[in-house]
Design a protein around this ligand. Structure first.
Ligand code: AHR
Length: 632
């Protein structure tokens, strides 16, 4: 029985109740939302990012019409700048006839560079040559078999100073296996960096812009806010900045690395096991939030490494620098165009402030006291200078049990305005926890449900999420913001599943959860209409289904991970002999492990099915994951 009181006076629902959480996971940025088509455009890939990488990853040396030479990625005094340190040095032998050239071919992401017949693509490269008469540069767009997809572009590199050369190619056929070749003719040393190809047709035609189909799918959700850039990505890694030739490449996400001219931005080892270019950086995120009408909600590192790595940095100078960086971020977002950081925003094309209202400090730190001690210092400094900004705290994943409870307690005691909490649970859990927020303390902090998903991408997951979301709305007085996670996944580079939107190099599609989110996000009410339901639905059909579980095996080595049923039967067992692996449910996709010294992506079939047949009642099946930590 359902009783609805249409005249009842339920709580008001925040306009920005539903938003999106964007993280650069599953290659969401490079090879995803960031429209750049060239992979490893600045030759910065490094084994530190991933053991299989070299400076020439995604590039192959190529000879055209008898041209010859050598291609080497170097980091020497001829570099473009201190942050973009490596470049490609081509020693051209000067063999062959007038069309002879030597260079490199890029294979893009997934099956290659995707182009559409009739569409224009902007090519650019930074180059210098020591050939006194200059070096002719040939730029070719072909398919994987070598067939031309466009008229070649001919440019002339002159002078031995880094200079940007540009041109446009128009595709004469569709292809999803495109290759971009850049080759120099004649003899001498030709240096190349930042080899780039962008579709003209980016989202809202922004330069250095976003892939249109993906950005549109996100915009169609009409998100009230955009939480970015992570997640574990933000807090994990070294908190030091850029410091000379030995600068650490596994830095936490530091916003100043990601702004200014793209050729002067650093690249970094991504927490999720690949190189991130920062071509899509803070300016672009703010711009995107504005373009889709979402409130920007950045997350900055709190100097406690989270996501299972759990280390607190104890360096007062470093803490002071990060707090100052955070104040500078507010100035970058909201300051006048003649302020120090506001002027950089203006130079980048946005003199008006972005109007940021919320800022989150930290993500999933499992050292409550250490995290909180630092969080409070960030908050005090921000509130002293910018009292209008809501500083969002966090309680990490609810699966962390006592840590989660302690973090909530600390947030409550410190009067934090809004707390970010996370969970990834079974559909059953979502069905059973519709009342989760009914009992949350109305005098305590507001809730930002920054990450949640039921563990799979099937219809029943989206149905369970929809049921749960009615509980979020009913509690709209305390749940002020909520976002499903993760948002994006490139099918060929998956670290985490389920996800909201999937894509390859030319297609994208929403999961069933995407449709649920869209339904709720595009139909946000103004006010809750009180209702009451009674009676328990009984299943009349037996259910059969996969059981989803996940665990972490990050910085330490884990061995013997097994999933057992309550009576001890082993449903799934795996052996992580070494490594930095993240074992992700439901089918093992995207799981990384080290085997014979190399990273491998394990096969996708590590799924076990628990068959529940002939049983009309809902029942709890207890499963356990056990992991043994290896010495060292
Ligand atoms: O959404 C994927 C990951 O889940 C996020 O990076 C992290 O915050 C959480 O553990």
């Amino acid at each position: 029985t359902l009783r609805v009181d249409p005249r009842g006076d339920g709580p008001e629902i925040a306009d920005h109740l539903y938003g999106i959480f964007y993280e650069d996971i599953n290659r969401a940025a490079d090879g995803g939302l960031y429209a750049e088509l060239v992979q490893n455009r600045s030759f910065e890939y490094d084994p530190v990012d991933h053991p299989s990488y070299t400076g020439l990853t995604a590039w192959t040396p190529v000879s055209l019409a008898g041209g010859a030479g050598t291609a080497e990625v170097v980091d020497d005094e001829h570099r473009m700048n201190e942050r973009n340190r490596r470049y490609l040095r081509l020693e051209l032998a000067g063999t062959g006839g007038t069309d002879a050239a030597f260079g490199v071919t890029n294979s893009g992401y997934n099956t290659g560079i995707a182009v559409r017949e009739g569409a224009g693509y902007d090519f650019s490269v930074w180059a210098r040559t020591d050939a006194p008469g200059g070096t002719p540069l040939t730029v070719r767009l072909t398919d994987a078999g070598g067939a031309a997809l466009a008229e070649p572009l001919r440019l002339e590199v002159t002078g031995d100073q880094w200079t940007r050369y540009t041109g446009t190619v128009t595709a004469e056929a569709d292809s999803t296996t495109g290759r971009l070749t850049v080759a120099g003719g004649g003899a001498g040393t030709l240096r190349l960096d930042m080899v780039s190809l962008f579709p003209r047709d980016t989202f809202m035609h922004r330069p250095n812009g976003l892939r249109r189909d993906l950005a549109e799918k996100i915009a169609d959700l009409e998100p009230g806010f955009l939480r970015f850039p992570g997640g574990c990505l933000v807090n994990t890694g070294s908190h030091y900045g850029y410091e000379g030739p030995d600068y650490p490449r596994a830095r936490s996400y530091q916003w100043k690395d990601t702004v200014g001219p793209v050729e002067e931005r650093a690249t970094n080892k991504n927490f999720w096991g690949y190189n991130q270019s920062y071509g899509l950086g803070y300016f672009e995120y703010f711009q995107f939030a504005e373009d889709i009408g979402a409130t920007p909600l950045p997350v900055v590192p709190a100097l406690v490494t989270g996501c299972g790595q759990n280390q607190a940095t104890d360096d007062p100078e470093l803490l002071a620098r990060h707090i100052q960086d955070t104040l500078d971020l507010v100035e970058f977002a909201n300051g006048p165009a003649d302020s120090e950081w506001g002027s950089l925003r203006a130079e980048m094309g946005h003199p008006e402030p972005f109007g940021m209202t919320h800022l989150a400090v930290g993500n999933e730190e499992n050292l409550p006291e250490e995290f909180f001690e630092r969080f409070v210092q960030f908050r005090d400094a921000i509130e002293a200078e910018y009292p209008e900004i809501v500083v969002v705290g966090n309680s990490g994943p609810s699966s962390a049990g006592a840590t989660f409870d302690r973090l909530w307690e600390l947030n409550r005691e410190a009067g934090v305005e809004m707390v970010d909490e996370h969970y990834y649970n079974s559909p059953q859990w979502f069905l059973e926890n519709n009342d989760r927020y009914d009992s949350y303390d109305r005098q305590g902090p507001e809730v930002f449900l920054g990450e949640y998903a039921s563990q799979d991408n099937r219809f029943r997951n989206s149905l369970a999420e929809a049921a749960f979301m009615t509980g979020l709305e009913r509690n709209a007085d305390i749940v002020r913001m909520a976002s499903y996670a993760p948002l994006l996944a490139n099918v060929d580079y998956v670290q985490w599943s389920p996800d909201l939107i999937w894509f390859d190099n030319h297609r994208s599609w929403g999961s069933t959860s995407y449709e649920t989110q869209k339904l709720f996000m595009t139909n946000v009410g103004d006010r809750v209409v009180p209702s009451e339901a009674s009676g328990t639905p009984v299943l009349t059909e037996p259910i059969t289904g996969a059981v989803g579980l996940s665990t972490w095996a990050t910085s330490a080595a884990y061995d013997d991970v097994r999933v057992t049923s309550a009576d001890g039967e082993v449903l799934f067992a795996d052996d992580f002999s070494a490594g930095d692996g993240h074992w992700s449910h439901p089918d093992g996709r995207g799981e990384w492990a080290v085997e014979d010294g190399a990273y491998v992506q394990r096969d996708t079939s590590a799924e076990d099915t628990l068959v529940v047949a002939g049983d009309p009642e809902w029942r709890d099946y207890d499963l356990e994951v056990t992991a043994t930590k290896l010495a060292g």
